[in-house]
Design a protein around this ligand. Sequence first.
Ligand SMILES: *Cc1c(COP(=O)(O)O)cnc(C)c1O
Length: 493
Amino acid sequence: MHDVLTRSSADIYRSLIAQTSSKVAARIAAASQPFSGASRSELEGLVANVDLDSDGVGTPRALTEIDELFLEHAVWFHHPSYAAHLNCPVVLPAVAAESILAAVNTSVDTYDQSTVGTLMERRLIEWTTQRIGFTHGDGIFTSGGTQSNLHALFLAREAALTRIDAPRPHAIAKLVVLATASSHFSVGKSALLLGLGDDAVITVADDGHGRMRADALAAAIDRAEASGRVPMAVVATAGTTDRGVIDPVETIADVCDRRGVWLHVDAAYGCGLLVSSRRRHLIDGIERARSVTVDFHKSFFQPVSSSAVLVREPRDLGAGAWHADYLNPLENDEPNQVDKSLQTTRRFDALKLWVTLRAMGPGRIGELFDTVVDLAAEVSAHVDADPELELIGRSQLSTVLFRALPAGTDATTQDALVASVRRVLLESGRAFVAKTVIDGRPCLKLTLLNPETNLDDVRGILEMVKDAATTLAGISPDLDETMDDLVGTEATA
Ligand SMILES: *Cc1c(COP(=O)(O)O)cnc(C)c1O
């Protein structure tokens, strides 16, 4: 019986990982499209059919099943026709490191569970704060940008509460957060989780391209204060999820400094700029933030999860410290990261970034991110020049927003085509694009994060979009009904 990874099963582990990685390698090499195109009902059947209560079948057979169930139908972010969400193909040193941390199973909550791992995580936090430009700075790895934003806004709330002379519930009800309509939804969700009022997130006007207007921010702060509210934080987004634009951090920081408001910069998407030699200036001023979110699992090409929240003032992180006799006794001077984290047991995700930086160097990561930003600019120009496509806005990062304009269609049909085109492509498995809403109208979105994808690959996706749109618009005015037919023909094509 060798179910547990111990000294006596180390050899089994070695061959198991070798067999597993060759299965995965075969799938990665063979993937001819980003998804099999299996229907949802087919997948539901496959999942429901597995008997999770039967006696175990043994690891080799369980993995063969997974090859057929999961790998066969996985969505492949490394495929050049995957261009939907902020998912990246992963760099090899990080994947190798992931297998190390899975086997060692370090938890970086306390020093006595991780020793050198804690020190390595701290060194990477210091590295990140230096890239940001904080003089001292501190931070913690998190599960993702959502958690980082929640954590930062929690710290901002606690800092704001120390300045309000009222019982806690009354004081919390006064707090507001200011952000543009393009900020990530986790800002609103955090406000809910932090117990702020329903009207606590104030939308600051943008410049028409999705970037916050600093004058509108100042006016919104004035209005909030005039009505008795207390601005708890301004969230500037360095790389909005849809438009890929960057709020003017420097001028926003001027406003925040003058008004004494906590500035949080959500650089979940734009953090790759920290290592870009050509575009670092786009986030100038980020060092004036009180807190910053970075998602290494977006623009640093790291496997999920790998993210961090950074603070300019190390003492700010203390707001969440809590003591448990069994974990972090007060008389203990060990560097217990649990004091700084919302989590307790926590993955040693930092190891992946560590190995990546050592293997490739930060400059290489920056080049990879610059490559996808360059590609998005090329693709935008291509879309703009195509009369059958309409380019919407210009990303400063790697998204491309657009709509298909089949000949003879009006705006209502073009809007309706957005959802159907996306679905047809998804169900064929041949290409993945996302859909979103910009200025009240639906549109398609490409998020380009694969440095090996080139313009021809993306042209291929755009041709599929145009074909689907033309077919859908031509077959029948009722797009939903015709789609099923179309999906059928695509799947057998
Ligand atoms: C993706 C994203 C987030 C959320 O990050 P997760 O890692 O998905 O939790 C937050 N903010 C922005 C701007 C993002 O693009």
